[in-house]
Design a protein around this ligand. Structure first.
Ligand SMILES: Cc1cc2nc3c(=O)[nH]c(=O)nc-3n(C[C@H](O)[C@H](O)[C@H](O)COP(=O)(O)OP(=O)(O)OC[C@H]3O[C@@H](n4cnc5c(N)ncnc54)[C@H](O)[C@@H]3O)c2cc1C
Length: 380
């Protein structure tokens, strides 16, 4: 079986690892990504706030040594879902099965003024550049603002505001600063009222201004104000933006999308094209855009492909559950486990912030570094 895996993020890495662990060299897996390294979502915030350095959070694809797996670093230019074939800068590849795990791209230019006057901190490059800006920041009005839905890791903007509070406090700049968070959601973590209440209580304790059900429409670079969809204006000295999300262009042009994202069977992750699956942020499967969900979906695809290799059928279906860690600052982390099943309201189980969960979060990263790359998790 030749399996073509497009994208080496949470979904592509988990799928590749499972296939190699269980089928080995009997399956020919080609994993393609334009980048030379993987950076875990939450590591961006760690670098931005100076908890670690960029080198420590880069997991190099060159370190992947797995039976049956070939990693190709190249940009995918064209996807043919009918022939299960792609054209890349490194040539043409095709498979008996193709899995699209290309994630969501960011479009800062879609929000007028963001590129000129704000910082897109949702990409590794943007977050690493933000670190330098923060190093020379003397305090002032900070806005963390979301420009549209859906967006990756819904707790991340709240974590950013809480970590910003610690950052400014440690530098003696908090008294002369204001932190505001503009979010399109009514609550920080909608599936878990308990988690939302804990985050809102932390905002109140720290004097963080919370603007729910609001989106940033544009920034005025001359007047240094952010304009919200309801017409309100907020002045800023530092704007950290979550840009508009969309599928990578090559996916948009592939004919696989409906309403901007790839529709899939929510239980099997199959697309409408035979033997073509899609997992993670690139889909409209109905779970939030977060690595733990991409990984869970990749596991279900792996189950199906492994069963197929053994001439069987997998009964495994996607459960819609994922657990996220939430940084509360002050060296403590909470955890929320949420479940999204189609036709049912989402549910969440919350574990309050504690130093113990900080250790658990480090374990989450370490296990993935070891399984996916065979490397150690470097703490700085
Ligand atoms: C600040 C921040 C914090 C986060 N924290 C968490 C967290 O704590 N927990 C969590 O679960 N999630 C978190 N996330 C979200 C998480 O990073 C993403 O949801 C997750 O990476 C999605 O996985 P994926 O496999 O769908 O896609 P991705 O991991 O985005 O992988 C897609 C891959 O496709 C590649 N690609 C795209 N286009 C092309 C092309 N044309 N050619 C070749 N390669 C291409 C990209 O280089 C990329 O490596 C966070 C995100 C951010 C921004």
């Amino acid at each position: 079986m030749r399996v073509l895996v497009l994208g080496a993020g949470f979904g592509g890495l988990e799928l590749t690892t499972r296939l190699s662990d269980e089928v080995g060299a009997d399956a020919e897996v080609v994993l393609i990504d334009r980048a030379d390294a993987f950076v875990m979502g939450f590591s961006k915030l760690d670098v931005m706030f100076g908890r670690t350095i960029a080198d420590a959070v880069h997991h190099r694809y060159a370190d992947i040594v797995k039976p049956g797996v070939t990693f190709v670093q190249s940009t995918i230019r064209h996807i043919d879902p009918v022939r299960r074939r792609v054209e890349t800068d490194a040539g043409r590849f095709e498979g008996d099965v193709m899995v699209v795990a290309l994630g969501a791209d960011l479009d800062p230019a879609a929000t007028p003024g963001l590129v000129e006057a704000g910082i897109d901190y949702y990409t590794p490059a943007g977050a690493f550049a933000a670190r330098d800006v923060l190093d020379s920041f003397d305090g002032g009005r900070v806005i963390v603002g979301v420009t549209s839905t859906p967006f990756k890791c819904p707790p991340a903007p709240s974590e950013t505001a809480l970590m910003m509070h610690d950052f400014l406090t440690e530098r003696g700049l908090r008294d002369g600063s204001e932190i505001s968070l503009v979010m399109p959601l009514g609550n920080p973590i909608p599936p878990s009222p308990q988690a939302s209440e804990a985050v809102l209580a932390a905002f109140r304790e720290r004097g963080i201004h919370w603007h729910p059900n609001s989106v940033v429409r544009r920034l005025d670079p001359q007047r240094r104000v952010v304009l919200l969809a309801d017409g309100e204006e907020l002045p800023f000295d530092l704007f950290l933006g979550v840009p508009k999300h969309r599928v990578p262009e090559v996916v948009a042009e592939s004919g696989m999308c409906v309403d901007g994202w790839i529709p899939v069977d929510p239980l099997t992750l199959q697309t409408r094209f035979p033997d073509v699956y899609a997992v993670g942020d690139v889909t409209s499967v109905g779970t939030p855009k977060a690595g733990v969900f991409s990984e869970g979906q990749a596991g279900v695809v792996a189950d199906q492909l492994i069963a197929r290799h053994r001439n069987g059928r997998s009964a495994s279906t996607y459960h819609g559950t994922g657990a996220c860690y939430i940084e509360f600052g002050h060296e403590s982390v909470a955890r929320v486990e949420v479940t999204f099943r189609s036709g049912e309201p989402p549910t969440g189980i919350f574990e309050a912030a504690s130093p113990q969960l900080l250790q658990d979060k480090a374990g989450f990263g370490a296990r993935r570094a070891r399984r996916w790359f065979g490397t150690q998790w470097v703490s700085y």
